[in-house]
Design a protein around this ligand. Sequence first.
Ligand SMILES: [Zn+2]
Length: 99
Amino acid sequence: MQHCKNCHTQFQWKKVYRYLWGPIIKPFRCHACKQEHVITMKGRVMLSLLFLPATLFVLFLTPFQSIVLNLGIGMLFILIGSLLSPFIVRFKLEQTNQS
Ligand SMILES: [Zn+2]
């Protein structure tokens, strides 16, 4: 699990999870020191890779005759992926001046 880059407090899974489902453009704020963090580019790539299996599964593999079953399994992948995402995402300190 990620630690705050400023005060080294461990982020709570629940808080990161809720953040990931919100408007991700906004920075994530440490609950201890209020330091704002943004997701690194690598973190974004990792996140999208996490959802790739689900997308591939639904669009290309479709091993079942039933579309409902295919979508259901795809949703299951997305659910598992989202539950794991707080462990995979990487934060960095927000830069005040964007260059
Ligand atoms: Zn902190």
